[in-house]
Design a binder for this molecule. Structure first.
Ligand code: FMN
Length: 262
């Protein structure tokens, strides 16, 4: 298609970004990006209006079966006018529960109509033993093909009969996860390069003293522990170990596949 596709995503460890970009590639080569991962990008985001003919793909990771609440306020700044929406989530092989439906509802309130939706696998932020290396090349190829199917659907749409598709999930949504309070620790290997603070999506890492973490701001997304070139940032807490053990015990053997609704 020679129509613009707008992609909006929040993606602390990069899985959601890859999937959303691949779907967009299947639709058009004219892509406009709204990356809401950094606190600065969300702070600077202005109210953005999309027209009727526009296509928007929005992607977030699943946190506790819900969408990450940190991004809700920013997503509310996007306004549609019966704008075509493709909501997408990535999740770490446990379950996506109500996250996809919640994302579709949140955007739907502001004038977007979900004409397709997808739930994709992404290596679990907490352990590389669950959904290892997902999304892999095959996942990304599939995402491109899903994008091509959306493009076909759009060309065939009767503008007077555009309705939202059915998306799995329940209302009321699952209760928000109550996360035990643990924050990343820093070992002596830290060279104070500051890359952790740069990628922190919640601004929780002190910009001068990188070992100081604001436990109220930290969303435990693992962006910092994954990016540290010295492996100096790490989680060590009995609750964290318990979560990882549970994930590995129950979700490491059988890997799920992407689900696509159209
Ligand atoms: C705080 C937190 C909660 C998570 N909750 C879930 C969950 O409920 N179900 C699941 O399958 N994966 C869960 N995950 C894994 C992420 O959804 C998955 O790794 C996702 O692909 C990360 O996306 P990103 O790379 O775009 O940040 C969770 C990860 C974090 C950090």
């Amino acid at each position: 298609m020679n129509q613009n596709v707008n992609i909006i995503y929040f993606s602390p460890t990069g899985n959601t970004k890859k999937i959303v970009q691949s779907i967009a590639t299947g639709i058009s080569d004219r892509v406009r990006t709204y990356d809401l991962t950094s606190p600065q990008s969300r702070l600077e985001l202005e109210v953005t209006q999309f027209g009727r003919e526009e296509i928007v793909i929005v992607g977030v990771p699943v946190y506790g079966g819900r969408m990450p609440s940190i991004v809700n306020e920013s997503l509310e700044k996007f306004r549609g006018d019966k704008t075509l929406l493709i909501p997408v989530v990535t999740y770490g092989n446990r379950a996506y529960e109500d996250a996809l439906l919640e994302l579709s509802h949140l955007m739907g309130k502001n004038g977007f109509i979900s004409i397709a939706a997808g739930a994709f696998l992404g290596e679990h932020s907490y352990t590389s033993k669950v959904a290892t290396d997902r999304p892999n090349k095959e996942d990304l190829d599939i995402a491109v093909q899903y994008g091509q199917r959306v493009a076909k659907k759009i060309l065939e749409l009767d503008p007077l009969k555009i309705v939202s598709i059915e998306i799995p999930g329940q209302v009321p949504y699952k209760a928000n996860m109550v996360m035990p309070v643990f924050v990343p620790l820093t070992s002596d290997a830290c060279t104070a390069c500051g890359v952790c603070a740069k990628v922190c999506p919640s601004g929780a890492i002190n910009r001068v003293n990188f070992t100081e973490i604001d436990s109220e701001k930290c969303i435990r997304c693992t962006a910092c522990t994954r990016i540290c070139p010295e492996d100096a940032k790490f989680f060590k807490h009995e609750s964290y170990d318990f979560i990882v053990k549970r994930l590995v015990d129950h979700f490491s053997e059988i890997q799920k596949e992407a689900e696509w609704f159209i």
